[in-house]
Design a protein around this ligand. Structure first.
Ligand SMILES: Cc1cc2nc3c(=O)[nH]c(=O)nc-3n(C[C@H](O)[C@H](O)[C@H](O)COP(=O)(O)OP(=O)(O)OC[C@H]3O[C@@H](n4cnc5c(N)ncnc54)[C@H](O)[C@@H]3O)c2cc1C
Length: 314
């Protein structure tokens, strides 16, 4: 097996163009499992670890550009010392503060070792229905910037996942970054697994409230062939909040609204029975996750967290 080590993005794109079957490797937390279990034997690996252009994040206008090589530890603000103690990291703590939904999701991923190596670009590359970044990216209506020797293009996150572990990348393309509008309202994420840590989601749900545009974003994980949104639940909740003037008043959410939101999220799933859970359990748990995350997000919006999001709606 060839091991290609480009020193920058231009070299990486040329190598991918010349070797369409070369498998990119970033943190390697998915790729190495596949190689070790002999599920895949590509002719070449394309090592992205020296491609500086894929790392880091920046603010561009009202959006954040998060490089494909940004790790979960960077999203959560964790950094682990040699003794296994968590160290702070000012820059990435700031990233997690700016993208709370993604940071909550990142905190649930694997172990410290996996969070140190695993990247957001690798999660998108694998495109697993259980990938923990995906629900939050759907809820935030993110865009994926992809690049090749032919140029770059943006793919809406709704169009990115094309099937089970399939994505919209062409064979010569790499994920360069993810673009996310800076949140103007609370974001939440919750996942259910067969144990509390180091677990692939049996079902996951992300919610984002967008008070600036009076809309709601959702994302469902592990309960359909691809990560999906609960479009009817989004429309229902945004309408209910508008009709009752709740975006402005920040009054309590009627129980009936929370219950209907949970039912609509549950109905949006297309789950299967598998070793991790039954379709019925997935549907049921999604309804619960939806109601919980809505309750937390609404508490947050009402000013529970130091009046955050105050005056965000124009
Ligand atoms: C023990 C363990 C626990 C885990 N727990 C979780 C979990 O809780 N939640 C979760 O979501 N995942 C989990 N994972 C899976 C994995 O850690 C994540 O999917 C991670 O985001 C993969 O990132 P990576 O950088 O390691 O990707 P890699 O393994 O390097 O690559 C993954 C895929 O993406 C492609 N790729 C990587 N970078 C790019 C790029 N820039 N452009 C195009 N393609 C690219 C690769 O070719 C490959 O197909 C776990 C894995 C292990 C081994």
């Amino acid at each position: 097996m060839e091991f290609l080590r480009p020193r920058g993005l231009t070299e990486a794109l040329e190598a991918k163009s010349a070797n369409a079957d070369a498998v990119p490797i970033a943190g390697g937390t998915d790729v190495m499992v596949e190689l070790n279990f002999a599920r895949r034997r590509p002719p070449a690996l394309l090592d992205l670890s020296d491609v500086a252009e894929l790392t880091g994040w920046s603010v561009v206008g009202d959006r954040l550009r998060v490089g494909a090589g940004v790790t979960y530890a960077e999203l959560t603000g964790e950094r682990w010392g040699k003794a296994g103690n968590a160290l702070g990291d000012g820059n990435s703590a700031e990233l997690g503060r700016r993208l709370p939904g993604l940071a909550i999701a990142a905190r649930t991923v694997g172990s410290p070792q996996i969070r140190n190596r695993g990247t957001i670009g690798g999660n998108l590359g694998s495109a697993s229905p259980a990938g923990d970044c995906h629900p939050s990216l759907l809820a935030a209506a993110a865009e994926v910037e992809v690049v090749s020797v032919r140029g770059s293009r943006m793919i809406g996150i709704d169009e990115f996942f094309t099937g089970v572990k399939r994505n919209a990348l062409a064979s010569d393309e790499l994920v360069a970054a993810v673009w996310i509008r800076q949140p103007t309202g609370p974001e939440q994420f919750a996942k259910i697994g067969t144990r509390n840590a180091m677990v692939i989601a049996v079902a996951a749900f992300a919610l984002a409230l967008h008070p600036d545009r009076a809309s709601v974003g959702t994302g469902i994980g592990s309960a359909a062939p691809t990560p999906v949104r609960a479009a009817d639940a989004e429309t229902f909740l945004a309408g209910a909040l508008d009709e009752a003037g709740l975006w402005e008043s920040r009054g309590p959410l009627p129980d009936s609204v929370v219950a209907e939101f949970g039912s609509l999220v549950s109905a949006a799933a297309r789950p299967i029975d598998d070793v991790r859970g039954t379709a019925a359990y997935r549907r049921h748990s999604l309804g619960i996750l939806a109601k919980r995350t809505l309750t937390w997000a609404w508490q947050d919006y009402r000013g529970g967290v130091g009046g955050l999001w105050a005056g965000r709606r124009s």
